[in-house]
Design a protein around this ligand. Sequence first.
Ligand SMILES: Nc1ncnc2c1ncn2[C@@H]1O[C@H](COP(=O)(O)OP(=O)(O)OP(=O)(O)O)[C@@H](O)[C@H]1O
Ligand SMILES: [Mg+2]
Length: 300
Amino acid sequence: MKAPVETITETELGLNLYARGKVRDVYSVGEHLLVVATDRISAFDHVLATGIPGKGKVLTQLSLFWFDFLKAVVPNHLITADIDQYPADLRAHFAELEGRSMLVKRARMFPVECVVRGYLSGSGWKDYRASGSICGIPLPSGIREAGKLPEPIFTPATKSQDGEHDENISFDEMAARIGKSNAEDLQSLSLSIYRKAADYAAERGLILADTKLEFGVHAEGIILADEVLTPDSSRFWPEDQYEPGRAQSSFDKQYVRDYLESIRWNKQAPAPALPDEVVTRTQQKYLEAFRLLTGKSLVL
Ligand SMILES: Nc1ncnc2c1ncn2[C@@H]1O[C@H](COP(=O)(O)OP(=O)(O)OP(=O)(O)O)[C@@H](O)[C@H]1O
Ligand SMILES: [Mg+2]
């Protein structure tokens, strides 16, 4: 029988911890960073008590695929994900790091989330319904939930601090925070990335409804950092099931959110644990997203 897939929800590598995000544990390694995607899963801005076995590997492998795919459009933070090229003092942790980590350039991160939307969903749909616009961008009336926008739009948001929600901001607000020239560069890079990825996804039967990107500055200029075009940062919808006018099923935390709604969790800490059935189906969804996008199966 195949060994069960290990679930790693927290790492303790005995290194200098740089940051612990909702999903990633980030360590300082010399002048670089070691980004370890754990199997933690968050929903409604809370990390849940149960992890999804192998999820961190799916996110890492998918980000690696996209970093490579996009390298002509934008430089990125990756140095290597090959553990044999990691500094020798990380050797004791290789088993834990393999497949779910990347050695990256440490960037000065811009304190904004760069979101591009081609379709109306999530907070974009909410804002549109309330005001007819998103991030100050007026949109034609009469677009339905999950409807396609006339063209992709750049809708930045603040990066939430612990426990708070991201807040959509206008381009001018973003420019006031990081400077106009940086804001213009991030907008243009984000739209190029979205277009290229959405065209590719369409060839594979998937709609890229929206995506969130994070950029930073390194010696050579602006680089794409964190994760890219994963089910945690993007909405992918199967084209053959697409039907505007309702919420779409996607490859993210659908089952998790549905389950949490069904038990009427009040969305306050502590977040509940997930039943095995929800864990298994969620794991399958992440693996399916990887397979559909890359054409390869990931063995966990
Ligand atoms: N190359 C890099 N240099 C510096 N910081 C980075 C780099 N890549 C990622 N980070 C930061 O490391 C952290 C990764 O944690 P994680 O992805 O779990 O994020 P989070 O901010 O908690 O949540 P979310 O990504 O869902 O908004 C983030 O704060 C991210 O900005
Ligand atoms: Mg992140």
